[in-house]
Design a protein around this ligand. Structure first.
Ligand SMILES: [Zn+2]
Ligand SMILES: [Zn+2]
Length: 245
């Protein structure tokens, strides 16, 4: 913790504030969130259903069209919430506002999600989606690695940020169509310690799942290097293509 963080914690004790929006909390002592954020998160669960496979949110039940056409290399992906409202703000702060302190409550929320969904199985190690070296230098940290460390602590399993590396920069996936996306990612990720992976169930962590192509490519590479199963948890997820909302 830097001096400024320490000083801010002293001035504004984090326990007294909502972890997502920073407003005063109305919950109990071990509650991270204020009542407004809690209600917002509860509301989306009633309106939207995750695709059984990729977890992107839509109005319908079952599996989204993308997963039906080309099932991803991961077995399951889930998120704390949709990329909107308080979750969207939290992800942006985590990435661009130096919001390192957000990793702790968000990691805890991800752990709760993993423990509450039986289909996650029994992951044995946590692996964050890596940034390229250049991006990592520019930002000073990898937000997914911060999340992975907190999540791993919550689950009582190791986090291995050095296991997967991104050895070249890719274009922003959001602007590309599906075939271009796959070409864009091809060969970008490499497993540095395949011995550790042999036969292991891996929990892959990222801040956001947009198209699922990045998580899918990481899962493909991890499985090719020996992982037996890959599941994915993110803070935020996109709305699926069939969503009317
Ligand atoms: Zn709040
Ligand atoms: Zn899907």
């Amino acid at each position: 913790m830097g001096f400024l963080d320490w000083w801010l914690d002293l001035l504004y004790p984090p326990k007294a504030k909502c972890a997502l929006c920073g407003r005063g909390r109305a919950g109990g002592v071990d509650e991270d969130l204020c009542i407004v954020c809690k209600e917002e998160l509860a509301a989306w669960r009633q309106q939207l259903r995750p695709c059984r496979r990729c977890g992107r949110l839509g109005a319908g039940e079952g599996t989204c069209p993308d997963c039906q056409q080309v099932p991803p290399a991961f077995s399951l992906a889930r998120a704390v919430g949709p990329y909107q409202g308080v979750i969207r703000e939290a992800v942006q702060r985590l990435k661009y506002g130096g919001g390192r302190r957000l990793a702790k409550p968000l990691g805890r929320m991800m752990a709760k999600e993993v423990l509450g969904e039986a289909a996650f199985g029994k992951p044995e190690l946590v692996v964050p989606v890596p940034l390229s070296e250049a991006r990592s230098r520019e930002r000073g940290y990898n937000q997914s690695a911060l999340l992975a460390a907190e999540l791993a602590m919550g689950l009582g399993i190791p986090s291995m940020p050095g296991l997967l590396a991104k050895h070249r920069e890719t274009l922003s996936q959001a602007r590309l169509h599906r075939p271009e996306r796959l070409r864009n990612l091809s060969g970008a990720f490499v497993v540095l310690e395949p011995k550790v992976l042999a036969g292991k169930q891996v929990l892959l962590v990222d801040d956001i799942l947009t198209t699922g192509a990045t998580a899918g490519e990481c899962a493909r590479v991890l499985k090719a290097a020996g992982a037996s199963r890959v599941v994915v948890i993110t803070v935020a997820t996109a709305l699926s293509r069939d969503s009317q909302l």
